[in-house]
Design a protein around this ligand. Structure first.
Ligand code: KIV
Length: 272
């Protein structure tokens, strides 16, 4: 008989409670196996809409449909038992009105059983963040470089490089925090401004290309594994998985061509 206790999954309030404490570790995840591998080492997994580019080869995140987020969200929930799973709301699924956002976010929560959603935008999304939070949906906010707005931002650029840009981002951080966001992603924000925002808001800031002084960090898993063909400058490759995959495939191809695979003793069945 197993005496193992079922694992308690971290929640949005657990993440909020880490403000100013031990740094929060997070990664994106899009499928069950990598989610299971990461589960013991991260506090939350984000099913980011970056999956459109990383997994499906789109040029941007804009074409990603809600159904795709739900499919990958369910896979990650099946893989991870301990980490909070946050699912991104894709472009067009929440901006129209708080009611539209609630309808789609509720679908994400019901169909994936994830613990929270993330959406992009600062002050302009505050009303929606409040609407969702007050109706039982924890929201992670995301400001700075918001890839869903790259057409109006004119590309992927660091935000807050000059001090005249700071006030708008400070207003964004305050607005989403006051509206009830449980955490705040700061993407591609200059380090001095990211530090200032981290000190200014009572919710954890999660940096990506921002500052080591944020309350936590997130990276796209495939980028830090060395699997993505191109990565932003700030990304450190903690692995060389792309090269390892290519090496393994070359070895396999060689063995197939030499008729040395499968080996004579090979029998069908699963290895332990
Ligand atoms: O979609 C995503 O992966 C994200 C992270 C980069 C924060 O939003």
């Amino acid at each position: 008989m197993s005496v193992q206790k079922p694992q308690r999954r971290l929640t949005a309030p657990d993440i909020t409670a880490r403000k100013g404490g031990e740094p929060i570790v997070s990664l994106t995840a899009y499928h069950a196996h990598t989610a299971a591998i990461a589960d013991d080492h991260v506090d939350f997994l984000l099913v980011g809409d970056s999956l459109g580019m990383v997994m499906h080869g789109f040029e941007s995140t804009l074409p990603v449909p809600l159904e795709l987020m739900i499919t990958h969200g369910r896979a990650v929930m099946r893989g991870a038992a301990r980490a909070l799973v946050v699912v991104d709301m894709p472009f067009g699924s929440y901006e129209e009105s708080p009611a539209q956002a609630f309808r789609n976010a509720a679908r994400v929560i019901k169909e994936t059983e994830c613990g929270a959603v993330k959406l992009e935008g600062g002050a302009r999304m505050a009303e929606t963040i409040r609407y969702l939070s007050e109706r039982g949906i924890p929201v992670m906010a995301h400001i700075g470089l918001t890839p869903q707005s790259f057409n109006v931002m004119g590309g992927f650029k660091t935000q807050g490089r000059t001090k005249d840009q700071w006030q708008a981002l400070e207003d964004d951080a305050q607005a989403v925090s006051e509206a009830g966001a449980f955490a705040l992603v700061l993407e591609a924000i200059s380090a001095p401004l990211a530090d200032r925002l981290t000190q200014a808001v009572p919710i954890p800031t999660i940096g990506i290309g921002a500052s080591a002084q944020c309350d936590g960090q997130i990276l796209v898993m495939e980028d830090m594994l060395g699997l993505s063909p191109r990565v932003p400058k700030f990304v450190k490759k903690f692995g060389m998985v792309g090269a390892a995959i290519e090496g393994a495939i070359k070895d396999y191809a060689q063995e197939v061509k030499a008729r040395s695979f499968p080996a004579e003793e090979h029998t069908y069945g699963m290895k332990d």
